[in-house]
Design a protein around this ligand. Structure first.
Ligand SMILES: C[S@@+](CC[C@H](N)C(=O)[O-])C[C@H]1O[C@@H](n2cnc3c(N)ncnc32)[C@H](O)[C@@H]1O
Length: 249
């Protein structure tokens, strides 16, 4: 469930009953007003989900509260993974007072908003998709964070601030390594922390660590890397967070 919207995954044999499943889902839980069934894979750079409304209210823009933050979004247009909740809470708990934080893949503010709310930090939130960016702007206002969060529309490799960040959040699971040079450019010359998320089989972890360390060295940093498993992403593929502590070399 994302707010009042239930997202269901139906085996192909049951598609002919999708509307009945939708109606029964609404009867089952009074908080559910719309039901959408998955009709394809999440696609492309902007991670567009593929769902079709099968029952209930066609207005699927919804508001939910997580860790005291209000998020407005349409789960049929943007991805909001409830499975990353613990990770969002964890990152906002490790940010220190006064840090400058750059969220390179902000979407509707899943990481950026809790961080801005938790500490007196300055947050830059970059998002390439105008639809997700629109919700991000709404959510900044909804949570009264206008003076702490700077939303930026564009490709994080081109529009990221340079040499300012104490902490960089890379909450994007696909080819994340390609964006690492931009993350190091964003980091303050005094160093800091990069949280780099990747979807990968466990057997690739050692080589990814080596690649990160060598990219850091090329950019003038020494990297101390801690690997954490966030969740299973798909069979044989894990959602891994690399916490890269970069110190000037
Ligand atoms: C799947 S969402 C993840 C949101 C959030 N970071 C999280 O981990 O829960 C990834 C977001 O990154 C955005 N994105 C992808 N490539 C980007 C780029 N080059 N620059 C900025 N945003 C990008 C997508 O549009 C999408 O909204």
């Amino acid at each position: 469930m994302v707010g009042h919207v239930a997202l269901v995954h139906l085996d192909h044999r049951f598609w002919q009953y999708a509307e009945q499943v939708g109606e029964l889902t609404i009867e089952y839980n009074r908080r559910i007003r719309s039901v959408a069934a998955r009709c394809g894979p999440t696609k492309g750079v902007t991670r567009k989900p593929a769902y079709r409304l099968v029952a209930g209210d066609p207005d699927t823009v919804t508001t939910l509260t997580e860790g005291g933050i209000k998020f407005s979004l349409d789960p049929l247009l943007v991805t909001f993974s409830r499975g990353n909740r613990q990770e969002r809470l964890r990152v906002s708990s490790v940010v220190r007072q006064g840090e400058v934080v750059v969220d390179m893949f902000a979407c509707v503010g899943q990481f950026a908003l809790p961080v801005a709310k938790a500490k007196s930090s300055q947050v830059f939130a970059i998002e390439i998709d105008p639809v997700a960016y629109g919700f991000l702007l709404q959510n900044v206002r909804l949570n009264n964070l206008d003076n702490k969060l700077v939303p930026i529309l564009g490709d994080c490799r081109e529009v990221h601030p340079v040499g300012v960040a104490d902490r960089v959040i890379m909450g994007y699971l696909h080819d994340t390594f390609m964006f690492l040079p931009a993350a190091f450019e964003t980091l303050s010359k005094a160093g800091g922390m990069i949280h780099m998320h990747v979807a990968t089989p466990m057997k690739n972890i050692a080589s990814l660590k080596e690649m990160i360390a060598s990219e850091a060295a090329e950019r003038g940093f020494r990297a101390n890397i801690v690997v954490r498993r966030v969740k299973t992403y798909s069979p044989g593929v894990e959602h891994i967070a690399f916490d890269i502590h970069a110190a000037p070399n």
